[in-house]
Design a protein around this ligand. Structure first.
Ligand code: C2O
Ligand code: CU
Length: 492
């Protein structure tokens, strides 16, 4: 179900397609240092066509930046100031959000909340500093379930001043598409069934905008693989058989180098991982990278195709750890604590009852209040409000803040997923430490901007609220976001 299955068709080699994509992506990007030392870029959002499915399928009508899917890789050095002029050649309003970058509030790209949306034909210039080195990405925040779903997204890489040594630095933007049998885009964006369940999961998975076949590698080579999940809803769980990937960064932020749990690199929508992948296979062999996240639906993503000549006999022993980014360490002893509960979706009432039951006879606190409101929630679900944060379903981006966080203070958000579904929860303007899951301290206390919560899971995150403004906090399954799973957190 995950790829258009036409095994008799030859697929174009991934190398050729990746090279073609990056050539077309780099040329129109047009970067030059200006007098003020600002790195300037231009993005043009508009309709286009892209070869998503392998030939002999035709091209698919998409919306894209600079006629490329994904959009051009914006690559700057840590500490550089970036200016990005975004021209809107769509028939509807748009904005760009710089996902994971700790930008000033006015540059965050949230329609109506932080800026007037960019009207068709208009241009808006974003400016911010690359404060953190790492793997980030950009995408619209206006009707993102459709604008992102049609192909508007691209990688944003901030290089360390002093990067670790590797042989190749490679970005894989992972995504999926819901295509017809003739590789046309299915027009069913924002469907109610997708909103109530796990979002608009596609049937065709791509790396850098193409259905991949083989990725050429050399024995002994060390690759820094930057994975970005740009899909609306698909969660990836990648296994590199016979290889031992080491995670060195999550959501752009350095983490103590470690092997992924159970050997599987799990990425919810919007999440990133930087891996160190040592090519330890045999020359001339092909090793399959498999996506095994959904039980029973595993599929071959791509093959690592070893060339005949090795680069070196065994993996290099260069250091793996990345230099830290300038993040403030939260003080847990002095932190203010806030409860956040997610409800709704298909089977939501059942999960609430079950979780309230396990908390004792008398459901108390937030959960108790919500049990009392369950009837009205059911009514709201019939009117298109499907997901709730602390009992509220968002409509649009402008709303009263669900939390007001004292600026420069440490805060803990204690989050409960009282639903039957996974949710990648994203906070704008900040990175946070994931400090516990179901009451157990996390082994790596990873910095993230998007944390994947399993059904019924409790997760605590901690951070210093050092970036003033009104920030979105939402599920990055874009259909869940559109159906209410969003709130505003004010830092003041
Ligand atoms: Cu990547 Cu509010 O988004
Ligand atoms: Cu969700």
């Amino acid at each position: 179900m995950s790829c258009l299955s036409m095994p008799t068709l030859t697929r174009r080699a991934f190398l050729a397609s990746a090279a073609a994509a990056s050539a077309s992506a780099v040329l129109p990007l047009h970067t030059r240092p200006s007098a003020a030392g600002i790195r300037e870029f231009r993005l043009r959002a508009g309709p286009g066509r892209a070869q998503i499915a392998p030939e002999p399928y035709g091209q698919t009508a998409v919306w894209s930046y600079n006629d490329a899917v994904p959009g051009p890789e914006i690559r700057v050095r840590q500490g550089e100031r970036v200016g990005i002029a975004v021209e809107n050649a769509l028939d509807e309003e748009t904005t760009v959000h710089w996902h994971g970058v700790r930008v000033p509030n006015a540059m965050d790209g949230v329609p109506h909340l932080t800026q007037v949306p960019i009207a068709p034909g208009e241009t808006f210039t974003y400016q911010f500093d690359g404060v953190d080195a790492g793997t980030f990405w950009y995408h619209p925040h206006q009707r993102s379930f459709e604008q992102v779903g049609r192909g508007l997204y691209g990688p944003l890489i901030v290089e360390e001043a002093d990067p670790i040594q590797v042989d190749r630095d490679v970005t894989w933007v992972l995504s999926d598409w819901r295509l017809t049998n003739s590789a046309e885009m299915r027009e069913d964006f924002g469907g109610r069934h997708d909103m109530m369940h796990n979002g608009r999961v596609g049937n065709t998975v791509t790396i850098n905008g193409r259905v991949p076949d083989a990725f050429p590698v050399k024995k002994g080579e060390r690759i820094r693989l930057r994975l970005i999940n740009a899909a609306n809803a698909r969660i990836f769980g990648l296994e590199f058989r016979g290889h031992e990937p080491i995670v060195i960064a999550l959501d752009g932020q350095p983490v103590a180098p470690h092997a992924p749990e159970g050997g599987m690199v799990v990425l919810g929508p919007a999440m990133r991982a930087d891996l160190i992948l040592d090519m330890t296979g045999d020359t001339g062999s092909r090793v399959t990278v498999t996506d095994r996240f959904y039980t029973g639906l595993e599929y071959r993503l791509v093959d690592l195709a070893y060339e005949k000549q090795p680069l070196r006999d065994k993996a290099p022993d260069w250091p793996l750890a990345l230099p830290p980014n300038p993040l403030l360490e939260p003080d847990l002893a002095k932190a203010a604590r806030h409860e956040v509960t997610f409800n709704g979706g298909m089977m939501g009432a059942m999960v609430m009852q079950e979780m309230a039951g396990s908390m004792g006879a008398e459901p108390s606190g937030r959960m108790g209040d919500m049990m009392g409101n369950m009837g009205s929630m059911m009514d709201m679900m019939h009117s298109g409000k499907i997901w709730f944060i602390n009992g509220v379903a968002a409509q649009g981006h402008v709303m009263d803040p669900m939390l007001i966080l004292e600026k420069d203070r440490s805060h803990v958000l204690a989050m409960t997923n009282a639903t039957a579904w996974h949710h990648p929860m994203h906070l704008h303007g900040h990175s946070f430490r994931v400090i516990s899951r179901n009451g157990e301290p996390t082994p790596h206390r990873e910095w993230q901007d998007t944390v994947l919560m399993a059904p019924r899971e409790r997760v605590e995150i901690a951070f210093v609220a050092d970036n003033p403004g009104d920030w979105m906090f939402h599920c990055h399954v874009l259909e869940h976001q559109a159906a209410g799973m969003m709130g505003v957190i004010r830092v003041a």
